[in-house]
Design a protein around this ligand. Sequence first.
Ligand code: IPM
Ligand code: MG
Length: 406
Amino acid sequence: MVYEQVIKAAQEKYGELLRRQLERVEDLKNEGDWIDFSKLDKLIIGVCGGDGIGPYICSSAQKVLEFLLADKLGSGKAEIRIIEGLTIERRAEVLKAIPDDTLAELKKCHVILKGPTTTPKKGDPWPNIESANVAMRKQLDLFANVRPVTVPELGIDWMFFRENTEGGYAVGSDGINVTEDLAIDFCVATAQGTERIIRAGFEFAKKNGKNYVSIVTKANIIKTTDGRFLTIAEKVAEEYPEVKWDDWFIDIMTAKLIDPARRSDFRVFVLPNLYGDIITDEAAQIQGGVGTAGSANLGKRYAMFEAIHGSAPRMVAEGRGQYADPCSMIKAVALMLSHIGETEKARKLDMALDVCVQFEKKLTMTGRSTGSTGDEFAQYVMDTIRRDDLEKVWQAHVDKAKASAK
Ligand code: IPM
Ligand code: MG
């Protein structure tokens, strides 16, 4: 038979993929519990700037982090380590998504603040290596991609729990070109990987009194993996009788996010990887653009905090790197603070960001010399945090915006 040879070659590759995923399942079965940051003698915070605008916005965000954690950094309860090597040049040189020495340094940290990194695509001057984000999520097992989106005056208070290590991303760089005419990719859902993200969403809802979880899939079409996602959600939900939940298909949910009559009802979303990727850009746009959104990548051992957008190499090529908006990275700092138990500092930072970006807007970022620099913006945020009347100012703005939104 004329196909036999290509089928056999594809089967061999497929077998290898299956073996790796089955081994992964064994690791998942043995994973430990969440690390308790409050029990650490010293918290190690890695900072890696990435490339493109990454080092610029990451360094502005680091200033805010140092300002807010001054007490712990001063007393030696926390340490910031700069981690080199996560640039596209270095990654292309060693042909690895993350160079080995960089990965080893990352693994010595507890939490990481990471600037955007360039993801080569077909046609770029770079070798087509795997995305550093995706590799880091997999290698450090950062399975929960947690992305908040809030627009107080519209009553929007959303938290997205995107599965971060499976779905279409798990073997996204290992699809099979069976022949010149046939290409196949794979979508992965494990029982363990699915359950832990759904549980994380429900736990968050329960602990934060959000009380409403929406599971988003396309289980009517992608019946096996998304079907499994939904079945496991039904089981996990039984353990959280106090949390209301429902399920949606991704297409209609995409529409509902821009439905003014409905969207403020939603609170917590749990979704497979690719849907989570797409819908969080849409949600961020509603908040003011992807430049305003931060992202937490949480695992039980490590956590990484980043912007949700890319590295904008063109800005740097045009000499505008210092004008890139660091807002998303500063938002990532707030998520980090809240993850390490500094909830009050995180709350202040969030309020200050709302005041600076949405309400008071004393500085404008234009991405060019017509606007402020990232460091000036970071300074503005820090000055705002210092204000004694921050809470009052924030509340007054929210009330006013709510009234005018009606
Ligand atoms: C994100 C980004 C990444 C993703 C890219 C840069 C690989 O879009 O964090 O949402 O697809 O996950
Ligand atoms: Mg994305």
